[in-house]
Design a protein around this ligand. Sequence first.
Ligand code: N01
Length: 536
Amino acid sequence: MQYDAIVIGAGFAGLYALHRLRDEMGLSVRAFDGAGGVGGTWWYNRYPGARVDAPSAPFYGYTFSKELVDEWEWTETQSASADVLAYVDHVADRFDLRKDIQFDTRVTDARWDEATQRWSIETAHGDEASARFLICATGALFVANKPHYPGIDDFAGPVYHTGRWPHEPVSFEGKRVGVIGTGSSGVQAIPEIAKTAEHVTVFQRTAQYALPARNRPLTAEQLQEYRDNWADLRDSMYRRGGWPFPTTRLKAWDHTPEERQARYEEMWAEGGLHLAINSYVGVLADEELNAEVGDFVRAKIGQIVDDPETARKLTPDYLFGTKRLILDNGYFETYNRSNVSLVDLRDDPITAFTATSVQTEHGEHPIDMLVLATGFDAVSGSMLQLNPQGRGGVRLGEKWAARFDTYLGMAIAGFPNLFMIHGPQSPGVLYTMPLGGERHMAWIDACIRHLDENDMGTVEATEEAEAAWDQEVNDLANRTLYPRTNSWYTGANIPGKPRQFLAHTMGSRYFDRIEEIAADGFRGFVFERSSSSIPG
Ligand code: N01
């Protein structure tokens, strides 16, 4: 089958791409997703406790339709995964998107044909299709990272990865559960699992900063207020890196130590990300301020956790906020339960698995079930899994062997007419993702119109533009403390992955910049006449 555009992925970004390309641009579009339904990351991440860990309702949602904002009844400030899934299901129905999505169909290959100026794809079922444009909404957190401990495959009990959670309920009743990983997923899941399990043993490699989420019911009045002020809030999200509310301009060093502590207490009580982004300007850039905020959180952990030795193990020692900040719903309190124990893998590393236990250097931990909350080959992983073949038969895996070069995080030299949404070197996870996806798609819309208005067949980033973009993204990252910590932002969580800061740190500036580049005739791109208009 031939289409104008093929969209890979039916998560937030892919659904909007389908809607925009089909309903606003009038193109013929086919979307594919390996999942059995819409939702992308949310379709797979149904582990207990999964919820949006940012001010979600109605901000973690689409902004393109005011009617949608007005009609959807969010119930909590940080929506649970089931509510997010209900929402995307509703969106798929409301905009009649399902009829153009092929579910349970993974795209296994994509190849650029220079003669026809089209992408051809193949699916796991052997279907073939082609299109002028390939929109890769393949997900920043899709490829599950599984640890390779000796004997892990010999473990006889069930093994669940938080990023591939089964759709049928999992009961922990009476079970001894081992959990590896204490990132956002582990921190959300552990308190829920501990409520019913006989025992939970947490295997922690890095102690984490987690801030109290303070999720609350969203009142009808609040929701109405948001709807009434929607234009301002949306505008604020545009200007403030995806954040809907005013952010602080207070400078820490204008305040006394006592005033600063009072401010941190206030932000801690407010919950969510306030301590990090609203206590003072520059918490993630000023090392001295960062250390002070880190000390504040470390002291809080010591106050919450009863056992001093467990508290010590749970106390992080890296720069505050330089791994993805975690919001918790009773995480540290969970270690005060008698059915939860903590193994610090830095003191006592895992040596092997048996059929019934995890063995560490200093002991054996019998378990009936294993939960891997070990994260993802983030940002670049899903594109490399697709591994498209561009000009000259070059595969993306070859091009990205040492560095994830992109232009604007959306385009790749050698891969004409291919657009990524939330690709490496775009703001991605550092911005509110549904809005970021909309703004990427608005840019792609403008780019495709530009091609058509100028009778061009292809658009392609230049290598020079990629090199300059790489420099720009790195310079921005280096103004922050992020690159100084090993995290999935830097690729350090995957053995052998090239080290590179994977995100553009300034979301609003980023979107201004890509719009300015578009207005300047899509600077940094080259265009080729449409093959159908070239005589002979
Ligand atoms: O994954 P992670 P995640 N042996 O990579 C540990 C988003 N998210 O799924 O820190 C032992 O953060 C690893 O240890 P270390 C959010 O953007 C959003 O939790 O590398 N341990 C770490 O503790 C988030 O950042 C929501 O030393 C191993 C953990 O596993 C992103 O998804 C909810 C190990 C992995 O943490 C990923 O979060 C959840 C090994 N071999 C997630 N390998 C929302 O609410 C890894 N670890 C929107």
